[in-house]
Design a protein around this ligand. Structure first.
Ligand code: UT7
Length: 328
């Protein structure tokens, strides 16, 4: 039996910080409202010279170094992003070039904030089937370039960043043990970037109508998120042959502290078993889970043999969860 172990991990967040106090000067909001309703205190925003591919490459380099894998050894390079540098070529092609991963098959996938877990699931299948030995998975988004900083419903929530993991074949029962992927039909309009695609190609008019910015019906998304993350986590735990109490750590998508708390309640697990860093980064979309994974590991909260749940939801509305057994 072949398993897909996580052998390297890395993250990158840009240096510039946008605090709640900064946002108070931009829109009608307050630090108190943002902290109470979301748990966010600050988020990092790309510098002018940075993009999705530069951040993704930085996180990938760290993951490869940790795994001791040379870029030429990568078979498949999967980038989860909703905010590629441009529509074509893909962010994965740009990252392939930046890394010198000349043998890799590069591809982007878009499942919004659930994207990293989708990419991990797809990458793990390549490894487990024997089709590939080494897969690089990157979750990266530059949300700040698609936010309307006059819309308080969205601009206070998101930050920029990137995370990456290396998956390698092993015979030890570890890595990605179970996965659950899905979406709720008919909910696309609750969270969207309507302009710039084939339905509304960019014109002066679409720009004037702000169609190139993200819009969101936050309250509806919130309700779907809690149900999807709770039910999907329960499913992957059962599919891995485990019960919730055997889960050492849940690494949830960092969208809103109250969503994480409600998911914990739904799973009947204490908040101590949930990793939270939303206060420092906000919602970094496809990057949130790999960034949280890196920080959880650095803080000693991931030990070899631990069963860990990754669970996310996002635009689509999509959801994705996985149980990962940490360690060699
Ligand atoms: O990765 C997926 C991405 N999406 C999400 O994670 C979104 C999930 N949804 C949420 O996190 C929450 O729904 C929000 C944080 C977006 C909003 O929190 P809420 O508790 O659902 O607030 P609400 O939309 O029900 O609004 C409550 C009040 C409203 O005022 P009134 O009508 O009660 O007078 C809003 O106008 O808060 C007002 N409000 C704000 N006030 C200050 C909305 N946004 C803000 C703001 N600052 N930024």
């Amino acid at each position: 039996m072949t398993y897909a172990a996580i052998t390297g991990w890395g993250m990158y967040v840009p240096e510039p910080v946008l605090s709640n106090a900064d946002l108070e000067k931009m829109v009608d909001t307050s630090d108190d409202w943002i902290v109470t309703r979301t748990g966010i205190k600050e988020r990092h925003i790309v510098a002018p010279h940075e993009t999705t591919s530069t951040m993704g490459s930085a996180a990938a380099r760290e993951a490869l170094e940790r795994a001791g894998v040379r870029p030429e050894a990568i078979d498949i390079l999967i980038v989860a992003t909703t905010t590629p540098d441009q529509l074509m070529p893909s962010a994965a092609c740009l990252i392939q070039t930046a890394l010198g991963a000349r043998r890799a098959g590069p591809v982007d996938i878009n499942a919004a904030c659930s994207g990293f877990v989708y990419a991990l699931a797809i990458g793990a299948q390549f490894v487990r089937s024997g089709a590939s030995r080494t897969v690089l998975v990157v979750g990266v988004d530059t949300m700040s370039r698609f936010l309307n900083y006059e819309d308080r419903n969205t601009c206070i929530l998101f930050g920029d960043g990137a995370g990456a993991v290396v998956l390698q074949a092993t015979t030890q029962p570890s890595g990605v043990l179970s996965i659950d992927l899905g979406a709720i039909p008919g909910t696309g309009e609750l969270l969207e970037i309507p302009g710039g695609g084939a339905a509304h190609p960019a014109t002066a008019e679409t720009i004037a109508q702000n169609l190139h910015f993200m819009t969101m019906q936050g309250r509806d998304v919130f309700k779907y998120a809690v149900r999807a993350m709770g039910d999907s986590s329960a499913k992957v735990i059962a599919d891995a042959g485990l019960v919730p109490d055997e889960i050492a750590l849940v690494i949830p998508h960092q969208a809103n502290l109250r969503i994480i708390e409600a998911t914990a309640k739904r799973l009947e697990l204490p908040m101590e078993r949930f990793y939270v860093n939303i206060d420092r980064y906000g919602n970094t979309s496809a990057a949130s889970i790999p960034i949280a994974l890196c920080e959880a590991e650095a803080e000693g909260r991931l030990r070899p043999g631990d069963s860990v749940v990754l669970t996310a939801f996002g635009g689509g509305l999509t959801w994705a969860s996985a149980v990962v057994k940490w360690g060699p």
